[in-house]
Design a protein around this ligand. Sequence first.
Ligand code: FES
Length: 193
Amino acid sequence: MGHVLGDDVEQKLETEKATGKKDVIIITRRSFFGALVAIGSAGMGALLAVPVLRYVLYPLYARAAGTEWSDVGEMSEFANGQSPVRKTITFTQRDGWREVVSAQSVYVSRTSAGEMEVMSAICPHLGCSVSWQQAQNDFLCPCHGSVFKADGKVVAGPSPRAMDRLPTRIKDGKLQVHFEYFRPNVPNQEKLT
Ligand code: FES
């Protein structure tokens, strides 16, 4: 094996061995550069860890910030409000790192007090799609026969609750909705996260 230390250092060590002096720290050029490289590597590692951590934690903060409003239509479209109006809305869902654009049907209707409301077309029983029956003046679910009034109240069938009402707002003359999914077949509207 070749010499690792320089001649002057080896000579110094020999002298220390002969005189019994031990507590001497020798910093060679090689160990100095070794320390520099170690510090540099640690710094680079820390810098690289930041984007990696952001990537790993992205779904957590993306989900927390994931409030999205979808356009339903111009307010003027719903001015007369005689019957519920079916609309298809789109919104972006995040599943981990994937972003998926989804479409869902909603109904714009009126409460008995004349207030505008937007309801999900997903049946609260087991998730089929309800449809408005103009002749009967009711919503009907084709799967197990639940029947709902124009304001969403359940009047027949196995659905344990009224049609699910969604948060709305008006922005720049447009009706917007925040689409949400709810737990099926339970008496109260429980939001699924
Ligand atoms: S899914 Fe609508 S009544 Fe069952």
